[in-house]
Design a binder for this molecule. Structure first.
Ligand SMILES: C[S@@+](CC[C@H](N)C(=O)[O-])C[C@H]1O[C@@H](n2cnc3c(N)ncnc32)[C@H](O)[C@@H]1O
Length: 262
């Protein structure tokens, strides 16, 4: 944990509340359901097999760094070992279980994921709701090929993988979709890009939609983006779980923000 993340964690730690202090029936019920989800453990074991396979794979692939490019050359291409990349880019076991439980609880019909990487989180989303449709977007074709092999191994038929930059693929995808029920934002952790994707997706949100942001405390930029997102007029409920930030667009309720322990 770097110094900034540690500082943010300490600040979260002293402000977080348990669900027993939550007065919103919607939030109370949602958090209780996530905590009680027994299936998450079993699904986590299935996904762990894929994670172990990646960790054992020391082959190198050519990949693109979309998140940290700077200067004139926006993106950099480099060779990296699959196991190193998988450790760096995938959700942890705990986060995967949490994401599965959330997706299971909300039962979304249409989900968009920004940032597939090796498909750890995509598999959790797909296993949580086999009847839902998951659109997952990844800019690096080599990485997506490994994720797709895993989707086949797990016999996941409800995933549509899209290769390309979010800036190009997301607007096209949104044009084809009437409404979205869930979005998992887990790629390109720059402030302005995150806010742009939020604005685009918000136009297709309905009153039951949930947006889940990963890495809200990754950097000052991400923390600023998160603060702007939770202040948005259309966001009525927001929940800070440290690992994830959730926002809801439920109508007819007072705007509320929760910092919760899970
Ligand atoms: C943190 S990883 C996703 C991890 C994945 N959700 C998981 O937990 O298994 C982020 C991914 O987003 C991709 N990405 C980042 N910025 C992108 C952009 N602008 N366009 C397309 N893909 C991008 C990266 O290549 C990377 O694989």
């Amino acid at each position: 944990m770097n110094t900034l993340l540690f500082y943010y964690y300490i600040s979260y730690f002293f402000r977080r509340k348990t669900i027993y202090s939550v007065h919103s029936p919607f939030v109370y019920e949602f958090i209780s359901k996530i905590k009680k989800n027994q299936e998450a453990q079993c699904v986590s074991r299935i996904i762990s097999k894929h994670r172990r396979r990646l960790i054992r794979n020391s082959n190198s692939i050519e990949t693109v760094d979309f998140g940290t490019g700077s200067g004139d050359k926006k993106y950099t291409t480099y060779l990296e070992r699959i196991n190193k990349l998988a450790k760096k880019r995938s959700l942890s076991k705990h986060e995967t279980k949490l994401l599965y439980s959330m997706a299971h609880c909300f039962d979304p019909k249409t989900t968009i994921e920004l940032g597939t990487a090796f498909g750890i989180s995509t598999s959790a989303l797909a296993l949580a709701n086999p009847r839902s449709k998951i659109y997952t977007i990844e800019g690096c074709a080599n990485i997506m090929a490994i994720a797709e092999a895993n989707f086949q191994r797990l016999d996941l038929k409800n995933i549509e993988s899209l290769i390309g930059e979010f800036d190009h693929v997301l607007p096209k995808l949104l044009k084809q979709i009437e409404t979205i029920d869930m979005v998992f934002f887990d790629g390109n952790h720059r402030k302005n890009n995150t806010l742009q994707y939020f604005e685009w997706c918000k136009q297709k949100a309905n009153t039951d939609t949930v947006f889940i942001f990963n890495d809200i405390y990754l950097s000052r930029e991400m923390k600023e983006a998160w603060n702007i997102i939770i202040s948005d007029q259309q966001v009525t409920i927001s929940i800070d779980l440290f690992y994830f930030g959730l926002v809801f667009f439920r109508s007819g309720i007072e705007k509320q923000h929760f910092i919760l322990k899970i």
